[in-house]
Design a protein around this ligand. Structure first.
Ligand SMILES: Cc1cc2nc3c(=O)[nH]c(=O)nc-3n(C[C@H](O)[C@H](O)[C@H](O)COP(=O)(O)O)c2cc1C
Ligand code: SF4
Length: 487
């Protein structure tokens, strides 16, 4: 499918037309005709679970900017982004952005790092956010702020944008080839894994000291935590059985509970995955890449390198292990769970459905609404199975002007507890706050999924909404991106 064949949501005049379009596509996405406002709005209802009081159902997803300093402190760009997170009106700030627990585990040389040297900056990020939240909403009551802790594993790139330094748990038949890893490339030893677990303990204790309400032990998007869950072929204590593949999480949780007893813990999980996709080679050429197709050869079946998928039909999800994983979270008394899918590196169409692909992606293989519906269905299924967990849903930005109608319906009908906003926060952070206050939506600020916020970092520049955010529009960075996109 090419971008030109996909119906532009910005061109649909009203909710009725949008709902007609959903019917024609045959996708099941709940959508309210009218938006409620103030205390009538499902999006403004608080969420109370045990000790946790979250003031409304608007969540801000972690959104990294590739714009920290070389030693891992926030820059002016980072402060501005966190300030806007606070001004979104969302009461659940899920992680802010991926913050590495060690230099070696950074996904890029400008990723934030959490250690004693960077802690003043990270603490200020939190306070800037809180201040702006108070200014916009009048109160910080019910505001819950987490920090997403990460090790980038296979996608570590700590020293140069041009050079990956992968830390892998097992050899993957497709991803190893893509990363040009030789057959004898070393896998992390159990001892090295234990050292990384200690880095998580140290970072969490620091986050607690800095005043964060929770830390997210990131298990998504192909990074280290996520790779553990698919380490079926790894030998030893951290691979093979479900118990072994979740040992990393359990050992991190155990250490955090003793180092930072008052700190809540959350997990962001890619609840299903797929075989890596690539641009269809038959439909690519002349500088253009074709629609995405699965890169799969018969010898890879049964497929043993993905979590939450059917090994005999690995582009299809199988939620039986993700359900076991959520049961484990319940046993570990972790009630904050943020659900996402796939990876930006090898399956961006399922992770963040978009009309326009990033520079290292492919044209959408089908209407992106199908993939929005897929994440929503997965979240709904898990919510039905786990009514006592707090589940945050992802991948709503593609809904554009109709996002508020869908978000309201999804919360009202109990498909999800809180609606997480990713890319939309880069362009129009207050979208759901405005919509649930009965204010007119500013259509010019709606994210149109141009993917420049992904293309920029792929080209070594900070992330940001270059097309729509005045801060970047027309700036030197925007000029640089224009040149790099042509080269
Ligand atoms: C520029 C950019 C940076 C991101 N950074 C992170 C991150 O640090 N941690 C994370 O878990 N997800 C990250 N994501 C994924 C988003 O949190 C979100 O899951 C995804 O964009 C889909 O939601 P959306 O449709 O609202 O954009 C990032 C996405 C983008 C576009
Ligand atoms: S660059 Fe802006 S409009 Fe494009 S996907 Fe990112 S946030 Fe949305």
């Amino acid at each position: 499918m090419s971008t030109s064949e996909i119906v532009r949501l910005g061109g649909l005049k009203n909710v009725g037309r949008f709902k007609d379009h959903l019917r024609i596509l045959g996708v099941n996405i709940p959508c309210d005709d009218e938006l409620a406002s103030g205390q009538q709005s499902p999006l403004r209802q608080p969420l109370v679970k045990g000790q946790l009081f979250i003031g409304n159902r608007i969540a801000v997803q972690p959104m990294e900017g590739w714009d920290g300093t070389a030693d891992g402190r926030p820059s002016e760009y980072t402060f501005r982004r966190w300030q806007r997170f606070g001004g979104s009106g969302g009461k659940l700030i899920w992680g802010g952005e991926a913050v590495a627990v060690s230099h070696e585990g950074r996904a890029n040389p400008n990723q934030l790092l959490l250690n004693e040297d960077t802690s003043v900056g990270v603490e200020r990020l939190r306070s800037v956010l809180v201040e702006e939240h108070r200014r916009v909403t009048g109160s910080d009551q019910g505001l819950i702020i987490g920090l997403q802790l990460t090790h980038s594993g296979r996608y570590s790139r700590p020293n140069s944008h041009q050079r990956g330094e992968p830390r892998i748990l097992y050899h993957h038949p497709i991803l190893d080839r893509r990363l040009k890893l030789p057959a004898d490339y070393p896998v992390l030893s159990d001892g090295e894994i234990r050292a990384i677990i200690e880095d998580f303990h140290r970072a969490a204790a620091l986050a607690w000291k800095l005043g964060f309400d929770f830390v997210d032990i990131k298990h998504c998007h192909g990074y280290l935590g996520h790779e553990f869950l698919s380490a079926y072929t790894r030998e030893g204590e951290y691979g093979g059985s479900f118990e072994n593949r979740t040992r990393f999480l359990r050992e991190i949780v155990e250490g955090i509970r003793s180092a930072a007893p008052g700190l809540a813990i959350g997990v962001r999980l890619s609840a299903f995955d797929t075989v890596p996709f690539q641009p269809n080679p038959k439909l690519s050429g002349n500088g253009k890449f074709g629609p995405g197709v699965a890169e799969l050869s018969p010898e890879c079946i049964p497929y043993r390198w993905g979590f939450g998928l059917n090994p005999f039909d690995p582009t299809q999800e199988d939620l039986s292990e993700p359900i076991l994983f959520l049961s484990l979270l319940e046993k570990l008394k972790i009630s904050l769970v943020n659900l996402t899918a796939g990876s930006p590196y090898y399956s961006p169409h399922i992770q963040r459905p978009a009309l326009f692909p990033p520079s290292d992606g492919y044209q959408p293989p089908r209407d992106p609404l199908i993939d929005v519906a897929r994440q929503m269905k997965m979240t709904r299924t898990l919510k039905q199975n786990f009514p006592n967990l707090i589940l945050v849903g992802s991948a709503y930005s593609y809904l554009q002007d109709f996002l508020p109608h869908v978000a309201q319906a999804a919360v009202r009908e109990g498909w999800v507890d809180a609606v997480g906003l990713g890319r939309m926060v880069l362009t129009y952070p207050e979208l759901l706050w405005d919509a649930s206050a009965g204010e007119a939506i500013q259509h010019k600020r709606i994210c149109r999924t141009f993917s420049d916020c992904t293309t920029a970092p792929r080209k070594g520049l900070p992330s940001g909404c270059y097309p729509l955010d005045d801060y970047y529009k027309g700036s030197d960075l925007a000029q640089q991106l224009k040149v790099l996109k042509k080269s």
